[in-house]
Design a protein around this ligand. Sequence first.
Ligand SMILES: C[S@@+](CC[C@H](N)C(=O)[O-])C[C@H]1O[C@@H](n2cnc3c(N)ncnc32)[C@H](O)[C@@H]1O
Length: 500
Amino acid sequence: MNLTPFKELMLRSCGHSFEKEREQALSAGLCRRMAVLDIDSPEAYYIRILRDQEELLRLTELLTVNETYFFREPEHLNLMVDKLLPVFMNTGNQRPVRILSAGCSTGEEPYTIAIMLRERFGTESERLFTITGVDIDSTVIVSAKQGVYGSGSFRGMDKSMLDSYFESHGPGKLRVSSAIRKQVAFEVVNLLGSAYPQRMMMPDIILYRNVSIYFPEQIQREIFGKLAELLADGGCLLVGASETIHHDIGVLTLVKQESLFFYHKTPKLVFEERRTSNRYFLTSERVPGVPLQTAPVSVPKLNAHRNRTQNEHNPESIRKHPHASIKPDVKERFDAAIEMAHNNQHDKALAALDAIIEQDGTFEKAYCLKGSLLLSASRFDEARIVCEAILVLDSLCLEAYLMLGMIARQKGDYDGAFKRFREAIYLDSSCWLAHFYSAEILFAQQDWKRARNSFDTALKILEKGSLKEQGQAFFPLSFNAEQFIVICRHKLSLLAQKKG
Ligand SMILES: C[S@@+](CC[C@H](N)C(=O)[O-])C[C@H]1O[C@@H](n2cnc3c(N)ncnc32)[C@H](O)[C@@H]1O
């Protein structure tokens, strides 16, 4: 049988690859469906699945691997319950913390979470959390909703819990108690699909474990990118132990805590005023709980932008920066815009900044804040235009180069991003953030040697926290520098095993 058209169709529809050792499974599945439908030629069956979405789903369901059990790979689940969730609960948000099990199969994973939360928070967990399980396979979702399981599902579970959370359901079967069932919602969803349902939106935690193993690399990237986008700001994405490194593609930040890895949504860029340095810089929002247990570390100051510092004493530069003698009312209005940005009133802040720019089209700080707000809102094209305007005013603005690098990276233009980060490094060789992002790009491009050098440089600068003693302007990061140190060290340990 010529499997090629079926392979291509499966790849397009559900992301699964049926190369080599999985060809046999595909061929068996096709024979089975053709027998059920009494179709004797693969060509006729191919035409049928092209026209009949339901039949394509039946074939997909036959080919998915639904292996799962309660309390599978419990280390990440413990980390989530003990360390990650409490932080989300303490953010002052009135809404429940949202947990999504993406590729939940027959429901053991989301029910395990519900049981763990019940153990930890009692009946309050119903109010504090929502748990959603989604899977492409409608048959497993039907089973998940029923919540009836045989002994195989309990192989990773402490049997003393069975009495509390399960009831007998015929010979050899147990059903999840109704209190636990009520806490989990299930839905049929293709993670490769173009739109996700409302109940999946903005989860704080996504478990995406043992799902990506059959996806080829480009599909892994695509789905990981979609889940990353879905994640609420500051949210965490947990993958299976064997899958971690496949997803380290620079979309989310890889974080290590208690010897476990997970991904964290890239901190939102906001703007922070450093009154002491009398300059305004891009910074990153404090990420709740990342890292959760590390003591605050001193934030390394970066060298002043050497070139610019020189220029600031030069009359030509003063001509280019008339806001050096900025009018008090503009300063006040700018302070108000910063306040709005801090209070998450981004639209109001943007409107205020536009008014300021209209009054003083050379006020660079207003452009910088506007650019960072647009970047935070993923309005990349507008942010890029603002950055380009900044560079017209001040061709040595480090923040503009960093923002342009981040924009290019978000858009998947890694070469463009790399160029911008190099420019940032050229302006300020101690800009470890630019070294770090360059290293991430080189790592994704498997340029091991240069990635190693760049992580090494970022690490050395980070470890030299003493730069702040130099009393120069600095790039303030309100997220924890220690986290970056951990990531750099981890990357360097991975790179130590790579040749080249
Ligand atoms: C091996 S199970 C993993 C279950 C659970 N996450 C665990 O770790 O025990 C993988 C599940 O991913 C689902 N899956 C595969 N491709 C999918 C897709 N494109 N969209 C949604 N679910 C998918 C499969 O149907 C299967 O139930």
